[in-house]
Design a protein around this ligand. Structure first.
Ligand code: PLP
Length: 360
């Protein structure tokens, strides 16, 4: 499937001072930005203006802009991959477009057109195609964002917005093999609550997580296991990833109930596992059940799934009542099989029967 060629070209103002590109072996995450960005303004009554591609640079914001006071902001995250044959592909970008449109409703933000979202990104990546790295495991990370820009302190939804997309090369998440992480089980504070905004990729959900994540790091943990906001008992997410477990051969993930972000990697994992004939359940699962399965020896794997790492194996869960070591602290076979299959699809090494790759 190809999108870039089928859409009318957007106006492009090219930078007159292209930046030096970092070496591909020290990219890290979120440190480097490509030369251009996509910008689209919205004003109530007029709707979305003509999208344009312009040099990467600061935005002018009024100090009264409502995003700075009431937090009307959301984002997306996806990647462009350099394929084995040199072409560039996005992976399921229609799902990011749809999720942003759906999340916007909950945040009283006007939905961006889903076709414009995908085609705008395709043209932006095409404009910066030399920024898509090619070393194994690297990619061009794409960060679509919407912010409320109206200069007005009354508490209501803003009447103006800016949708922009920035990109930047990111390094291989795993230098050599899946590295299992140590996870803090948080029993008091929560990331999101049913009825709240946990199902939207709202900036505010991230604010709610930072203090707990910092404390977890101070305790030698990499990330946080989030439990439900009411009983502090049911598993929700791990860090900024969706959670999967394997108990007695069954792949289990908590159901999307309003407080869990509907991850695209989660959907990819469930789709592939069902294709493979693996037993799969989307159901509520408590920390008590997890602990009991560990004690009984049936808890085989725990892993997080999300765009950044694809699959993140959990080696240890730790909390007030001690450590649970999962699968001897090693990545399990299902996590490994999913990681291999998804990355092979993303990098064009396997056939793509569902048309998930979108060639730019
Ligand atoms: C973005 C995100 C995910 C993962 O979604 P993907 O589409 O798979 O990248 C999971 N949980 C939270 C809280 C997120 O913000």
């Amino acid at each position: 499937m190809s999108v870039a060629t089928s859409a009318p070209p957007l106006p492009v103002t090219r930078t007159s001072s292209p930046r030096p590109r970092p070496s591909e072996d020290q990219l890290g995450f979120g440190k480097y930005f490509a030369d251009h960005m996509l910008l689209v303004d919205y004003v109530a009554g007029d709707g979305w203006a003509q999208p344009r591609i312009v040099p990467y640079g600061p935005l002018a914001l009024d100090p009264a802009a409502s995003v700075l006071h009431y937090g009307q902001a959301m984002f997306e995250g996806l990647k462009a991959y350099r394929l084995a044959d040199g072409q560039i592909a996005l992976f399921r970008p229609d799902r990011n477009a749809h999720r942003m449109a759906t999340g916007a409703l909950r945040l009283s933000i006007p939905a961006i057109d889903e076709t414009l979202f995908v085609q705008g990104i395709a043209q932006l990546v095409a404009a910066d195609r030399d920024w898509v790295p090619s070393a194994p495991g690297t990619a061009l990370y794409i960060r679509p964002t919407i912010i409320a820009t109206e200069a007005f302190l009354g508490v209501r939804a803003s009447q103006s917005y800016t949708f922009y997309v920035i990109t930047g090369p990111v390094g291989a998440y795993y230098a050599g093999g899946l590295r299992p992480v140590r996870i803090w089980v948080e029993r008091e504070r929560v990331r999101a609550v049913k009825g709240g905004i946990g199902a939207a990729k709202a900036a505010a959900n991230y604010v709610a997580s930072l203090q707990v994540a910092e404390e977890a790091r101070a305790r030698g943990c990499d990330q946080v296991l989030w439990l439900d906001a009411i009983e502090h008992e049911y598993l929700e997410e791990v860090g900024t990833m969706n959670l999967c477990l394997v108990i007695d051969g069954m792949l289990i993930t908590p159901p999307l109930g309003g407080s869990i972000l509907p991850g695209i990697t989660r959907d990819t994992v469930l789709t592939l596992a069902r294709d493979w004939g693996m037993p799969v359940e989307e159901r509520v699962i408590s920390i008590t059940e997890l602990t009991a399965a560990h004690r009984a020896g049936t808890l085989q794997e725990v892993f997080g799934v999300g765009t950044a790492a694809v699959i993140q194996a959990v080696g240890t869960l730790t909390g007030a009542d001690g450590d649970l070591v999962i699968n001897g602290g090693q990545p399990g076979p299902i996590a490994q099989r999913l990681y291999d299959a998804i990355t092979r699809l993303q990098y064009g090494l396997d056939p793509d029967p569902r048309g998930w790759r979108v060639i730019i």
